[in-house]
Design a protein around this ligand. Sequence first.
Ligand SMILES: [Zn+2]
Length: 140
Amino acid sequence: MFVAILGQRADIKVRSARASGENLFTVLRSEYQWRKVRNKHISIESCCQMCDTTKELEVHYIVPWHLAPELRYDFKNLVTLCRACHFGFGHWRNWHGHNPEILVLCKFAQLQRSRLKLGDKDEENYDDEPISAYSIMPTT
Ligand SMILES: [Zn+2]
């Protein structure tokens, strides 16, 4: 029944709540609240802040909410990333990790994009290789 109403993610939450003895109502209420905040955030910040795509968008916590529960629904703690950038840059390719400098990286990527756009207009002044954000990703 919950799958039909709230989708697969909510069904996983319901199963885990049942397994751990959490209050089902609390779990579903927080899931509903998160969806409202998430959808509102994506309606405002509607493309990946790393690569600019509008496909497969996800909302990333700048400070993970298990470390700062009071920031769970705080728009200032959210950034829109596509699925690939979320995993690659938001979590450094490990869902247990997180990148505290994600906003700096997003700003860097945005600057690179505007620089490349300038390069399109005036190739002689912008003929060096663009720095890939991937090149500064930690290797371990
Ligand atoms: Zn992206």
